[in-house]
Ligand binder design. Structure first.
Ligand SMILES: *Cc1c(COP(=O)(O)O)cnc(C)c1O
Length: 395
């Protein structure tokens, strides 16, 4: 059996997105900046894509900027707001300890440039408190950045509440909605954000295309200099086929949201229930206030990486949801933020489902995880110490 359960890393391209890609690549091959007919047709198609994406997010077309993906959108939003704030003498940024590296590393760069960065803690449920954000915002704050849904543990943050606080205090607010768009309802007005980052490949479009919503009037500076594309804010010939694929994927995901949520929630809860039966393990993050496709566990006495490799041999594609992609041995900052100690955080497993996941696959995953966890524990000196009482169980 081959089971793809790593949809938070990337998704399979939807057939509708692939069709849009091919059609647009063949039909609207001109450069949208060219003045001739082929160029103008491409420009019109670009406008239609922008209108569609704007409508699906509750935004105006001129508030949508196409980018290369989530990382670029996060970078551009944060740097634009920070530098605009610094020009008015405001250099404090409020964010959270569980952001994606696209946000955290941008904030680290700003810190080196003299900005004060406050990372709000989260509870053991993996959710930041809006009151904590409100308390940290002062007259020096130039930006608040809080993700909508976490990429490791799937927890959904109170972004609309934080957005309301930011509106009231007139502080620019960015949300990394990369894991949320296409997976939960997202409306920029309801969220009260000034900036919202999204990425196509997390909801069935190809990689390398994304968008940044920028509320009318919010400052925006460019990361890439060159031509006047994207109203002068993002140079480079538009990747029109990918943009069209993203518009098609978003439309399908949004139209399908109720059915997707109903179906995948049942599968998620079935998998959580089955994995919870494994001794000395714990679900990471709130059991309900999480994305309907996210299952994240820690298992005591094992290494997440060995778990992943053995699951891969059983045909299961999963993730540890940790920083091991960077080759570092540091456990995930998200798992540490929810209070997992280093040893426990190392034994993590993230399974992210899709609309195509079946009940049979969920049962197969649960069976194999149970088997591989006990296999690894039998070989682990740490586990032996635990069973012999030389160490105390944490989970
Ligand atoms: C994937 C992801 C990103 C980065 O998006 P790319 O399009 O891969 O650059 C940023 N934030 C979150 C929460 C993500 O899950």
């Amino acid at each position: 059996m081959f089971v793809y359960a790593d949809n938070a890393a990337t998704t399979k391209v939807r057939p509708a997105a692939l069709r849009a890609f091919t059609e647009v690549a063949e039909t609207y091959f001109g450069n949208p900046s060219s003045l001739h007919t082929a160029g103008q047709r491409a420009q019109e198609e670009l406008t239609r894509c922008r209108e569609k994406i704007a409508r699906l997010l509750g935004a105006e077309p001129r508030e949508i900027y196409f980018t290369s993906g989530g990382s670029e959108s996060d970078n551009q939003a944060i740097l634009s707001a920070a530098y605009a704030g610094a020009r008015k003498g405001k250099k404090k940024i409020v964010s959270t300890a569980i952001e994606h590296h696209a946000v955290l590393h941008t904030l680290e760069k700003l810190k080196k440039e003299g900005f004060e960065v406050i990372l709000l803690p989260v509870g053991t449920d993996g959710i930041v408190k809006a009151e904590d954000a409100a308390r940290e915002i002062d007259e020096n704050t130039c930006l608040v950045s809080v993700m909508l849904a976490n990429n490791e543990i799937g927890t959904i943050q109170p972004v609309a509440e934080i957005g309301a606080v930011c509106r009231e205090k007139k502080v620019p607010f960015h949300t990394d909605a990369v894991q949320a768009v296409g997976h939960i309802p997202v409306d920029v007005k309801t969220l009260g954000c000034d900036y919202l980052a999204l990425s196509g490949h997390k909801f069935g479009a190809p990689r390398g295309v994304g968008a940044l919503y920028v509320r009318k009037g919010a400052p925006l500076s460019s990361l890439i200099e060159g031509g006047a594309q994207e109203r002068g804010k993002r140079a480079g010939t538009e990747n029109l086929p990918a943009i069209a694929a993203m518009a098609a994927a978003l439309e399908e995901a949004v139209n399908n949201l109720p059915a997707y949520t109903r179906k995948v929630t049942v599968l998620r809860d079935r998998l959580i229930e089955k994995l919870s039966a494994i001794p000395h393990c714990a679900l990471n993050g709130d059991p309900k206030k999480r994305l309907c496709n996210n299952v994240s566990f820690c298992f005591e006495g094992i290494e997440g990486e060995s778990l992943l490799l053995l699951l891969d041999e059983e045909g299961i594609c999963a993730s540890s949801g940790s920083a091991c992609t960077s080759g570092s041995l540091d456990p995930s900052h998200v798992l540490l933020a929810i209070g997992r100690v280093h040893d426990v955080a190392h034994g993590s497993l993230r399974l992210t489902l899709s609309e195509e996941t079946t009940e049979e696959e969920v049962d197969y995953i649960a069976e194999k995880v149970g088997y591989v966890v006990s296999y690894l524990r039998n070989m682990s000196p740490v586990w032996r110490d635990l069973t012999e009482g030389k160490r105390k169980y944490i989970l």
